[in-house]
Ligand binder design. Structure first.
Ligand SMILES: [Zn+2]
Length: 287
């Protein structure tokens, strides 16, 4: 009896053993094949924006385009708008020569202190609820504060008009490319055109408008600083958590021209300190 069983079992066991070996080998192979990481794009070029900051105040005021909030159809905005040569390993999604920001640091508790500028862009998957305000929108956590500020100004007969708040990455990319192309059409090479464009406009993901944390108000021109609305904002905006983000005397630090119309939400506590001490956000966060 025993021998008969062995005769039947032996081939079956042999087949099982071979099958198990194949499965085992495949499992070992998988991590090997995935360990060959894609080559990181060469990003050793130094940032050009710094050396050209001094010129930035001479640049024309940027015109602001408000883009409507788009539904993201299950994907995050960033996934929808990856550039052709994705440099995900660095957290940046576009391939502009000389533009090499790091992903912005997002602490869950301090979302309102998010620093986005030429050095830090929105990290992958950064998404937030939006609330419509006039023809534009803001991060839903910021919008109530803006409305309160508007109401307070209105009670003193002043109108804080929301012109441009949230702007999609796609819209920012279009605007940035337009500016780059202006310089290319003047005969500058790609890298020089990007460097010049960066003085007037943030690359996609590097604008506070992409984060829904800032609002351009009333009028996009320097003369706005001579209005009663601007004077009121300088005195009162901090009570509602807003700061003048690009002051005239901080151009060399922010890399952005003086923008009296651009107001950024950072929360009341921090806004009061920043405005009282006459700092820009970069200086405040470095303290
Ligand atoms: Zn702005």
């Amino acid at each position: 009896m025993k021998k008969k069983y062995l005769k039947i079992l032996a081939p079956a066991l042999a087949v099982l053993l071979i099958f198990a070996t194949i499965v085992f080998l495949n499992k070992i192979k998988q991590p090997e094949s995935s360990s060959s990481l894609p080559e990181e794009a060469s990003q050793n070029e130094s940032q050009e924006s710094e050396q050209s900051l001094a010129e930035s105040s001479q640049e024309q005021a940027q015109t602001s385009t408000s883009a409507p909030t788009k539904p993201t159809a299950g994907k995050t905005e960033l996934e929808n708008s990856q550039g052709p040569q994705d440099t995900q390993s660095k957290g940046y999604y576009y391939n502009y020569p000389g533009v090499n920001p790091s992903p912005a640091k997002t602490e869950a508790g301090k979302w309102y202190l998010l620093l986005v500028n030429f050095d830090y862009c929105l990290p992958k998957g950064y998404s937030f609820e939006k609330t419509t305000l006039g023809g534009t929108s803001l991060d839903a956590r910021v919008a109530p504060h803006f409305k309160q500020m508007q109401a307070a100004a209105a009670s003193e007969g002043l109108k804080i008009v929301p012109l441009s708040g949230y702007r999609s990455l796609e819209a920012q990319e279009r605007l940035f490319n337009q500016t780059v192309n202006e310089y290319k059409n003047q005969g500058f090479d790609e890298k020089t055109s990007v460097a010049k464009a960066s003085k007037r406009r943030q690359p996609p993901g590097c604008s506070e408008h992409n984060a829904g944390l800032a609002m351009d108000v009333c009028e996009i021109r320097k003369n706005f600083e001579n209005t009663a609305e601007f004077k009121w904002l300088m005195e009162n905006a901090a009570q509602y958590g807003f700061i003048l983000r690009y002051p005239a005397d901080k151009v060399e630090i922010t890399g952005v021209q003086y923008e009296p119309w651009h107001w950024r939400y950072v929360g009341e506590q921090d806004a009061r300190k920043i405005m009282a001490q006459g700092l820009c956000l970069e200086e405040y966060l470095a303290l």
